[in-house]
Design a binder for this molecule. Structure first.
Ligand SMILES: Nc1ncnc2c1ncn2[C@@H]1O[C@H](COP(=O)(O)OP(=O)(O)OP(=O)(O)O)[C@@H](O)[C@H]1O
Ligand SMILES: [Mg+2]
Length: 249
């Protein structure tokens, strides 16, 4: 089996202040795997996620740098083009969109992607997904992320994930702010998506989430915008015990 995503010699800066955030980063993510990205606050994890989906706030600074999705460069594609190819990135802090209900947003994204599906297909899958996330059916009448609690925002991201069935899902701190039950529910949904063939990349600070997720293959530690260590699940234990200072030594 090949790689679904290859980050090659990637250097990234923020357009706003030309801050150099990522430096010559190379990581390969195998197809149908679960990988975890960890690293201290401010090390560039979210910036990497946003660069992969093509957020225009970030620029690749070096022509050598590339992002390959199924061996094809996507670095010149727009956000929606990358999404249509099957890449999904959840936001660490989802933006609030006033006046757009979750239902209408989900419906639009769903039919954008699955043009031949019928309304009943959408409804059926939506109801199934709400049940999996233990959400009431009237959850989707709420405004997109407006006045949602922290945990509800995370569940609404997972609801999109369940409906869109991307090839690759990059989940940026999907566990932050979730209560104990919600963490299990969301983990269960992630395992469901994974078992349907979606490749998962989890960005997290805590071992807790990774205890609920099946078959974690790779753990990558990013510090100061560089890949500092690669390992398997045991590396998460080590980090939990010793913190990041042990990595540099
Ligand atoms: N759009 C932006 N404009 C300016 N600076 C940015 C931008 N995005 C990120 N940065 C800066 O880049 C650095 C890395 O931020 P980033 O959010 O990628 O870190 P992170 O590893 O996700 O941290 P955390 O674990 O706290 O979420 C920080 O110093 C941050 O201030
Ligand atoms: Mg972050």
């Amino acid at each position: 089996m090949g790689y679904i995503l290859e980050i090659k010699n990637l250097s990234v800066e923020a357009n706003e202040n030309h801050l150099k955030i990522i430096h010559n980063l190379s990581i390969k993510f195998p197809e149908e795997s679960v990988s975890v990205i960890m690293g201290p606050n401010g090390s560039g994890k979210s910036s990497l996620c946003q660069t992969i989906i093509g957020n225009p706030e970030y620029s690749i600074t070096d022509d050598l740098g590339d992002i390959l999705f199924f061996n094809e460069s996507i670095k010149s594609l727009k956000v929606n083009e990358r999404a249509l190819k099957g890449i999904f990135v959840s936001f660490q802090n989802p933006v609030e969109v006033a006046g757009v209900s979750i239902a209408s947003f989900l419906r639009q994204s769903y039919f954008n992607k699955f043009k031949d599906k019928k309304f009943n297909d959408f409804k059926e899958e939506l109801l199934k997904s709400l049940e999996l996330l233990k959400l009431d059916n009237d959850f989707i009448t709420k405004s997109l992320n407006e006045n949602l609690s922290g945990g509800e925002k995370k569940k609404s991201e997972i609801l999109q994930l369940l409906l869109l069935k991307p090839k690759l899902a990059i989940l940026d701190e999907i566990d932050s702010g979730l209560d104990i039950d919600a963490l299990r529910i969301v983990s269960n949904a992630i395992n469901t998506v994974k078992n349907q063939g979606t490749t998962i990349i989890l960005v997290t600070h805590y071992k807790r989430l990774t205890e609920y997720i099946d078959d974690i293959q790779n753990v990558f530690v990013i510090m100061d915008g560089e890949l500092k260590k690669t390992g398997d699940k045991k590396l998460i234990e080590e980090l939990e015990k010793n913190g990041y200072k042990a990595i540099n030594s």
